[in-house]
Design a protein around this ligand. Structure first.
Ligand code: AP5
Ligand code: MG
Length: 219
């Protein structure tokens, strides 16, 4: 059976990094509301126009918008399993996810919490950049390109940074996480779904810990 998992953690915890690995290694489907919103902003859609300024301030986009985005993409992950990356982020979004999964006869298998300390997060986010062509994620110190200025995957020499990856916006994003997202953890914990993983460990070690959690689910 396909697994449905949430990767939960503050900005820079490694949700996107680990989701991309799971997608590549296990053929699961990464559903990142942040990526969906950035695509909408780039395409200038009505959702993008609403979301742009909110994202640049580091605040949360409305529950209705992000829940609709997930609803539109969920069926594509039916056979393979879904990795929810950056969703849900509020109690209302958690309820919306239950409804969306229930309507499809599916359920949540794990909520994987990536635990990282706040000073490390600022370092991770301010050093992050991605390939402008294929989207591979890098970090100036923690995951540099093998050849300086050349993407390991597609050899492009163009890279980009997110407009919300500056220290001031990161602080707002963290405050939003503590105030609105962390409170959903006890609800999942009470259901026995939460597995907390040390997100300060090296990327390969974090990936191995997540793999161990998924492998023990015999379904
Ligand atoms: P979103 O895109 O989800 O951003 P975020 O939650 O702030 O998280 P990040 O993407 O910054 O971090 P990450 O955990 O993916 O870390 P990464 O793997 O890149 O959301 C952006 C905005 O969109 C929000 O602020 C909001 O406005 C809006 N939004 C999105 N979803 C929403 C929702 N559901 N509701 C309302 N609004 C929503 O890693 C970071 C860096 O660290 C990388 O450079 C990486 O190489 C490096 N790194 C990763 N792991 C390690 C490691 N183990 N050791 C060393 N370095 C590492
Ligand atoms: Mg991300």
């Amino acid at each position: 059976m396909a697994l449905n998992i949430i990767l939960l953690g503050p900005p820079g915890a490694g949700k996107g990094t680990q989701a991309a690995r799971l997608q590549a290694m296990r053929r699961m489907v990464q559903l990142s509301t942040g990526d969906m919103l950035r695509e909408a902003v780039a395409a200038g859609t009505p959702v993008g126009l609403q979301a742009k300024a909110i994202m640049e301030r580091g605040e949360l986009v409305s529950d209705a918008i992000v829940s609709a985005l997930i609803g539109e993409r969920l069926d594509a992950a039916a056979d393979k399993g879904a990795i929810f990356d950056g969703f849900p982020r509020t109690g209302h979004q958690a309820e919306a996810l239950e409804i969306l999964l229930g309507q499809r006869g599916r359920q949540l298998d794990h909520v994987i919490e990536l635990v990282v300390d706040e000073d490390e997060l600022v370092k991770r986010i301010t050093g992050r950049f991605t390939c402008a062509k294929c989207g591979t994620g890098y970090h100036e110190t923690f995951r540099p390109t093998k050849v300086p200025g050349v993407c390991d995957v597609c050899a492009s020499t163009e890279f980009k940074r997110r407009p919300d990856d500056n220290e001031q916006t990161v602080r707002t994003r963290m405050a939003e996480y503590r105030a609105k997202t962390e409170p959903i953890l006890p609800i999942y914990r009470a259901r026995g779904l939460v597995r907390s993983i040390d997100g300060m460990a090296a990327m390969d070690d974090v990936a191995a810990e997540i793999a161990a959690v998924l492998d023990e689910t015999a379904r």
